[in-house]
Design a protein around this ligand. Structure first.
Ligand SMILES: Cc1ncc(COP(=O)(O)O)c(C=O)c1O
Length: 365
């Protein structure tokens, strides 16, 4: 039998030394490291919805007698429901276990060894993650100082090997949207373009209506953020019909659970409630932004999502992250060549903002 080194030699060469996705800290990992019960931790590090999901989802899950039955692999009901919400034909829709897995599926459909993927960095790391796993080559286009996408640079990066262009709008972790006319210009290259609208409900800006017009546009959405279903994992995408067919054909069977189907149905039946919570979060985002601006040593960036990106102008972002963690407040920090000394704070409930701001003032003293 091969020893572990022997096995490692058999791994695909392009994955040698692969850097995985670095997920946010989970409160469970902090047992014994913070001076408080874990349930009191303020988790504002993963852009989750602090209000949770619709109460209708919880009730329907308790009442469901169907968890021993596989879900419909063809996603008939869920695609129909999503069609009503997104305002597009169900034949264009594919649902998945979170929009992350749709990103992965799209890359698997288009990208093989040596193919190029244009990525507007800094941005959501899963575009890199999936491209590298498939053996694709990333063509990184640096964003401007204010994190705007330079359309000219993207267009001139297109080559005969370009298979995909990823555009997150709003972008994670910077929170800014890409103007629709810029997206349309990039679609004009004819290259398949993925517009990731995971935070659409907080920005209200979308290019969904362009999906009927362009056969190289794909729009991704998530139920993790606005609908509070991050733990149940539901996302969907809108595609040219032929591409939707291919994605349905290559996906793992039953990629949306019965629980997730129920959660989508009940969320869409409780839109007023969920949209009210989205409004609360947007109001709180603006208050948080105003409070962060008062701190001379932080530079918050305006956001159209449910989080705020901040440069740490004095002191170290890692230390700030650690100090907040000791106080039971989890934020995300970055310190790499594209995102130097910075943090991202998800918008919580008003009491979370109050606790964070008090802690930040305390740290400055
Ligand atoms: C820009 C962006 N796209 C997609 C996702 C993935 O969302 P999910 O897989 O939970 O639907 C995230 C999650 O943070 C994100 O920030």
């Amino acid at each position: 039998m091969a020893d572990s080194d022997g096995i490692e030699r058999l791994i695909r060469a392009n994955l040698a030394g692969f850097t995985g996705y670095s997920a946010s800290t989970s409160p469970d990992t902090l047992a014994g490291r913070v001076d408080m019960p874990l349930e009191n931790i303020i988790k504002i590090n993963a852009n989750e919805n602090p209000y949770g999901c619709s109460p209708k989802v919880l009730r329907a899950l308790i009442d469901s007698p169907h968890f021993h039955i596989y879900p419909d692999d063809g996603q008939q009901e869920i695609r129909k429901l999503l069609s009503g919400y997104a305002g597009v034909d169900a034949a264009r829709i594919v649902a998945s276990h979170g929009s992350n897995t749709l990103i992965d599926l799209i890359v698997r459909l288009f990208v093989g060894t040596g193919d190029e993927v244009i990525n507007c960095v800094p941005t959501f790391d899963i575009y890199r993650f999936s491209t590298e796993i498939c053996g694709g080559t990333l063509v990184n286009i640096n964003r401007e100082k204010d994190f705007a996408v330079d359309v000219g640079k993207v267009k001139s990066a297109v080559s005969g090997r370009t298979k995909l262009i990823f555009l997150a709008s709003p972008n994670n972790p910077t929170g800014n949207v890409i103007p629709p006319q810029d997206i349309a210009e990039i679609i004009g290259t004819g290259v398949p373009v993925v517009v990731d609208e995971a935070y659409y409900e907080f920005s209200g800006e979308s290019v969904m209506t362009l999906t009927e017009r362009y056969n190289n546009l794909m729009v991704l959405r998530s139920f993790s953020k606005w609908a509070g279903l991050a733990g149940l994992r539901v996302g969907y995408g809108v595609f040219p019909p032929r591409i939707a067919d291919y994605l349905l054909a290559i996906k793992i069977p039953h990629n949306v659970s019965v629980a997730a189907e129920i959660a989508v149905r009940e969320s869409l039946a409780d839109l007023d409630y969920l949209q009210g919570r989205v409004k609360d979060i947007v109001t709180e985002r603006e208050r948080l932004y105003g409070e962060l601006k008062k701190l001379s040593w932080l530079k918050p960036y305006p956001s159209q999502a449910n989080f705020i990106f901040c440069e740490v102008l004095k002191g170290s972002a890692v230390e700030l992250y650690m100090k907040l963690q000791r106080k039971g407040i989890l934020v995300r920090y970055f310190d790499n060549p594209l995102l130097k000394n910075s943090i991202r704070i998800s918008v919580g409930k008003p009491e979370h903002t109050d606790a964070l701001i008090t802690a930040l003032h305390g740290l400055a003293d």
